[in-house]
Design a protein around this ligand. Sequence first.
Ligand SMILES: [Mg+2]
Length: 218
Amino acid sequence: MHAIFTDALAVLFDLDGTLVETHIDFGKLREATLQLIAQYGVDTTPLQSLDVLSAIDQAADVLQQSGALERSAELRTRARARLRAMEMAYCAAPRPVPGVYDLLNALKARDVRIGIITRNDRQVSLQTLQQLRIPHDLLVSRDDVHRVKPHPEHVTIALQEWNIPAERCVVVGDYWMDVEAGRAASCRTVGIWRQEVAVNPFRNHPPDLLVRELRELL
Ligand SMILES: [Mg+2]
């Protein structure tokens, strides 16, 4: 077991790309979401650079500020439902990342709690976790927080639930938002720069430990 886990009472893992491969096409999710937003008459130009959840929030805020409260709520509901349906389809045949069971079982054998923190829909995440029998003690999905990663709320919910101090918790993920959420909550952080990703996703948010694959943590 890697030294980063010394004294750890809990480890929080991102799901997609960290523990499982689900082939979610984030470009298509964004495209479909922006199309829906455009149908509500909201200018999508300033939303192009945002991640999909932030784009939905911002578009709903624009409608709300213009007084269209019902349309704002309707857009939020429809966009989230469309996102869930697309994620469900992409996650139909998930695969475990190499080494995932060895690592999680080794942590369990040391009585380390395992949490899953994901920006995915709760139902889609549960389906993936059950399908692959990924051992875990807690799931904090986007439906369980007010603000998703990089906000630290996913992490603080888990720490409060377990009554564990942040310095005894490690956060592991394959995107800078995972590292930022962990860092903002004062946890140790591990970034996984996957082999197929050309540019270091952590270049502006360096983790305490950078690895190229999950197996290096064993
Ligand atoms: Mg990920």
